[in-house]
Design a protein around this ligand. Structure first.
Ligand SMILES: *[C@@H]1O[C@H](CO)[C@@H](O)[C@H](O)[C@H]1NC(C)=O
Ligand SMILES: *[C@@H]1O[C@H](CO)[C@@H](O)[C@H](O)[C@H]1NC(C)=O
Ligand SMILES: *[C@@H]1O[C@H](CO)[C@@H](O)[C@H](O)[C@H]1NC(C)=O
Length: 971
């Protein structure tokens, strides 16, 4: 029996290995059982939208008593292989989630015989026609293929998937008519088919789809009108139809849809008035009826208490602006721009949540509304230069004005005399409280005038820049673009397609504009030029997202127009023109040439002096998966290690910020020759880190040797360390809200899970602490400093002769006896989790007679049943009590004085995410009867370390000033 069992398990591992090879997955570790029991199953929900996941779920309850693989979740890993044929070797597989990778090719026909229920291959690079045999997988209830390059007709056989509840085909290139066979999908609850190239009328299948709750048809290619049968869908909570072409109609009858939560009928050519039954949609939060031809007045929607966003932009609404709107305050963000109301009202001019740009038809404010009526232009202007989304920048003799207002979903910005903007729309499907109207470059730009491109204005729907004091005449309008968010590497970061329309003086000038293809690549500038006539002093440039392209790659909410800078110059001569004397010009050219020769000379001279030591051979011996850099490259990147580029002082040397010539931002960790820390550790670090890649580990790009100095080149992290953010000086530090803290805690746990359980090497970090967790621009945590890590070899006795760690974070068995297992990291993680909740440093927690440190306080509070007292007051009341309690309890489990009862990091992730219940029985408080034990541990740590107090103060000094990479302390 056991031989058969063993054989079956071997077969499973063999199948998984084969699947791994086909997917291009290189870090699967089969030395440990990769199975997670199905009991901790997290039902894949579209709403949770995880970016990264690496789980294999098994069910061991089958009669043959073998654990069968039932779920495979590999998300956000940039796997660049193909969809695995070998999948059929896992006959019990029910769920396959391969979202956000870089898989190419098509679906293999072998899959026709699988019994999959959940299949998501969204956000990949798959192409070709969608195969008919998909219709054979009749067990499917969820099919998601969003954001690929599938083309051709949707196969008729998809109608055989009668169990389908969710069908998501958005952001592909499907064409032809929508097959009538899909009327057989009577269980459908969610259908999303946006951004395709379908033809014909919008399908009139609603009588068969009565169960639908979510329907999204944005820019799908269909012609209007919306079929009247839509009125039958009384279960709808989300309806999004936009950018229909062709014929319009009156407002469809939606009166039965009282459960509606988000309603968008945008740019559907709807005429007539807004129906009053909308006031019965008591749960509605977002109402977008923009870009139609609606007339009449706005019905009284004051009873809709959950309504947050309302867009009536660009209709023909008239009459007075109702009082309920004037009284709605900040609760409702309301865009009334581009309408024909008979009045404008004054307070709105200062209201950040109401946009009344061009909202009224009054004689005086036909152009710009009441707000600017009394602000006459002081003189005629002949040009306008704006650094969109950025700060004031001078290039040559031209100064681009700053444009760094945060923007908003319904914002009329008119603080400058000569220009302003109207901003409409928010990004759907992302946290609506975020302000995302300015994009930052994700890598350093090297094009000419790069200052114009590093930050850019973003618009989720419609954005108008206006100039209002221009002299009459023809102007050259130059629009500067560069794609600074989407990438072009072999990664899901390159899967985005940003497509939008540009209007100048309300004339469509560029349709389906795509920056990346127009500039032939990312991070490259492209300038579009158009001549425009100005008659009434006003010039308007509008950017509009017509629903095309992708919306979820690399992240949800990546879409919409992106504009870097605008310049407007007269196409006629006028007196104000300055003349530059030829002499000055020639002089300048000569100076520049001289300077260039000097710089070239210096670079060449310095380059000849670059020496290398024998350590290079030592390094060459390692199997580096990263590159070697020349010292010259690094010197150029860091501006010759200038003080301005220094971002921190680690335990063994300085850390510098640098920019490589290809624009990559890097952090350079320098091991100074004086450092006591030997090169052995250093080499150890490079060899190990170079092989490890995970979204929650700081990425090592390579290394460089110069004389006795060794340099490590890492990815740069914008937001410094967790310690800096949590305990740094209050002014100027980021405030972390609860959701950020939860994300950070889970991220650290994931990174450690990878180190302990998933990576090909098994690694104990040994020095997990808040200063060794760095935060990227999106506050994703990444674990740094593997300088102390050692291979966790099986034959190792686990007794380390050399203790290396930081006081306050070290597990007792390691601090006292040098006994090292991955459970030592679990302990340190527990301390960090407590610090995240409390916003306080474990050791700096005002010690008093009752507790020595934060952990002691947590234990005391747990005994008193008053854990909430631990929560950082900075959070106010804005946190999830359930999550907070869960995190503290997990932390207490992790800090169990004995290593064995501490959970594994996989279990920690699952508990933190609410997938498994925290087993409170293992929180062992009896041992802490008094504080003697803990004092003992602390004393022992102090004895072991030569200069404990100075080390701790050094560590804190660093945290106040960019603790970059490695405040590691060695014993
Ligand atoms: C799908 O099912 C049909 C009929 O059940 C069968 O003839 C066909 O071979 C199957 N396709 C594949 C690719 O297995
Ligand atoms: C729907 O399914 C039935 C049988 O299940 C079949 O007879 C019919 O042809 C199908 N309809 C369409 C439009 O494919
Ligand atoms: C969409 O289909 C039309 C023909 O129906 C074709 O002319 C057009 O090029 C297609 N667009 C894309 C982006 O493939």
């Amino acid at each position: 029996m056991s031989i058969i069992l063993h054989y079956l398990i071997l077969l499973r591992v063999k199948a998984l290995r084969e699947i791994g090879v086909q997917l291009g997955k290189k870090d699967w570790n089969f030395n440990v059982d990769p199975c997670i029991n199905e009991s901790s199953w997290l039902t894949p929900k579209l709403n949770s939208r995880p970016l990264y996941n690496n789980s294999l779920f098994c069910n061991c309850a089958y009669p043959d008593s073998v654990c069968h693989v039932v779920g495979l979740f590999l998300l956000g890993q940039d796997l660049d292989g193909v969809l695995p044929r070998a999948l059929v070797k896992l006959p019990y597989l029910k769920s396959l989630h391969l979202t956000r990778n870089y898989l190419s090719g098509n679906i293999p026909h072998e899959w026709a015989s699988t019994r999959l229920e959940f299949l998501s291959i969204s956000m990949n690079n798959l192409s070709g026609p969608l195969p008919s045999f998909l219709g054979n997988i009749t067990t499917l209830t969820f099919l998601g293929i969003e954001n690929n390059l599938f083309s051709g007709m949707v196969p008729l056989d998809l109608g055989k998937l009668v169990n389908l509840k969710n069908l998501i085909l958005s952001a592909n290139n499907f064409s032809g008519e929508f097959p009538v066979t899909l009327t057989n999908l009577t269980k459908l609850m969610e259908l999303r088919i946006s951004s395709n190239n379908f033809t014909g009328r919008m399908p009139d299948f609603f009588r068969s789809w009565k169960q639908l709750q979510k329907l999204e048809i944005q820019a799908s290619g269909f012609e209007g009108p919306i079929p009247p049968s839509i009125s039958i869908l009384s279960n709808l909570t989300e309806l999004r139809i936009s950018d229909l072409v062709g014929e319009g109609s009156k407002f469809p009858n939606l009166s039965s849809m009282t459960l509606m939560n988000r309603l968008m009928l945008r740019s559907c050519n709807i005429t007539g008035s807004i129906p009053s039954y909308i006031s019965d949609m008591k749960r509605i939060q977002i109402l977008d009826l923009s870009f139609n031809r609606l007339e009449g007045s706005v019905p009284d929607l004051s009873g809709l208490e959950m309504l947050q966003f309302m867009y009536l932009t660009r209709n023909l609404l008239n009459g007075p602006i109702p009082d309920w709107i004037k009284d709605s305050g900040n609760r409702l963000q309301l865009d009334l721009s581009y309408n024909s109301f008979s009045e404008s009202y004054d307070p709105a001019c200062r209201d950040a949540f109401k946009n009344l740009f061009k909202s009224s038809s009054g004689r005086d404010n036909l152009i710009l509304g009441e707000c600017l009526k009394n602000v006459p232009c002081s003189e005629d202007q002949y040009s306008m230069y704006i650094n969109c989304g950025g700060s004031a920048t001078t290039i040559g003799n031209i100064t681009y004005e700053a444009d760094n207002d945060v923007g908003g979903s319904a914002k009329f910005f008119h603080e400058n005399e000569n220009w302003g903007f109207s901003s409409t729309g928010h990004f759907w499907d992302v946290d609506t409280s975020r302000y995302d109207y300015i994009a930052d470059n994700v890598s350093i730009l090297t094009m000419n005038e790069s200052e114009l491109y590093t930050r850019a204005r973003l618009s989720p729907l419609s954005f108008t820049y206006y100039a209002r004091c221009l002299a009459k005449g023809t102007y050259k309008v130059k629009l500067h673009f560069a794609e600074i968010v989407i990438r072009d590497n072999r990664s899901f970061y390159s899967l985005g397609r940003r497509i939008f329309d540009i209007y100048v003086q309300e004339k469509l000038v560029w349709k389906d504009f795509d920056i990346e293809s127009s500039a032939r690549g990312v991070d490259k500038a492209v300038v579009k030029e158009h001549k425009a006539n100005v008659i009434d002093n006003v010039l308007m440039i509008r950017f509009y997202w017509a629903g095309k392209g992708t919306t979820a790659a690399p992240k949800r909410g990546t879409y919409g127009p992106l504009i870097s800078a605008i310049s407007v110059e007269p196409d006629f001569s006028h007196d104000g023109k300055k003349k530059i004397s030829i002499m000055v010009l020639v002089g300048a050219v000569v100076m520049v040439l001289l300077l260039i020769f000097m710089i070239l000379g210096i670079v060449w001279w310095k380059g000849c002096l670059g020496g290398r030591s024998s350590r290079e051979n030592e390094l060459r011996g390692l199997d580096l998966q990263t590159g070697f850099f020349t010292y010259r490259q690094i010197k150029v990147a860091t501006n010759n290690f200038s003080a301005a580029n220094k971002i921190g002082e680690g335990g063994f040397g300085s850390v510098y910020k640098g920019i490589l010539l290809d624009g990559t931002v890097i952090a350079v960790k320098q091991l100074s020759p004086k450092s006591k820390q030997g090169s052995r550790e250093f080499v150890n670090e490079i060899g190990m880190v170079s092989g490890l890649q995970h979204p929650n580990l700081v990425r090592l790009y390579g290394c460089c040797i110069e004389g006795k100095t060794l340099l490590l080149i890492y990815e740069y992290m914008e937001n410094n360390s967790l310690a800096h953010t949590l305990f740094g000086p209050a002014d100027g530090r980021l405030k972390l809200d609860w959701s950020a803290r939860q994300k950070i805690c889970v991220g650290i746990a994931r990174g450690l899970t990878f180190l302990h359980e998933e990576s090909t090497l098994k690694v104990v970090h040994r020095d997990i602490k808040a200063t060794n967790v760095l935060l990227d621009r999106d506050l994703n945590p990444k674990i740094s400093d593997f300088g102390l890590a050692k291979l966790n070899e099986e034959e190792n006795t686990h007794i380390s002769t050399k203790i290396a760690g930081t006081i306050g974070y070290m597990a007792p068995e390691y601090a006292l006896r040098g006994y090292l297992t991955d459970k030592a990291d679990v302990f340190s993680f527990g301390i960090v989790a407590l610090e995240i909740v409390a916003g306080k440093n474990n050791m700096k927690y005002q010690p008093n007679e009752n507790f020595v440190c934060l952990l002691d306080k947590a234990i005391v509070l747990q005994q008193k049943g008053n854990l909430m007292e631990l929560v950082d007051p900075e959070l106010g009341s804005k946190f999830s009590k359930e999550e907070v309690l869960r995190m503290i309890k997990v932390a207490l489990l992790c800090t169990n004085p004995s290593p064995a009862p501490r959970p594994t990091m996989t279990a920690v992730v699952s508990m933190l995410e609410g997938g498994t219940v925290v087993d409170e029985l293992n929180i062992d408080l009896s041992i802490y009867g008094n504080n003697g034990w803990r004092f003992e541990v602390l004393r022992n740590q102090l004895v072991q370390s030569p200069q404990p107090s100075s080390m701790e103060s050094q560590s804190l000094a660093q945290s106040s000033n960019a603790t970059w990479m490695g405040s590691s302390t060695s014993a």
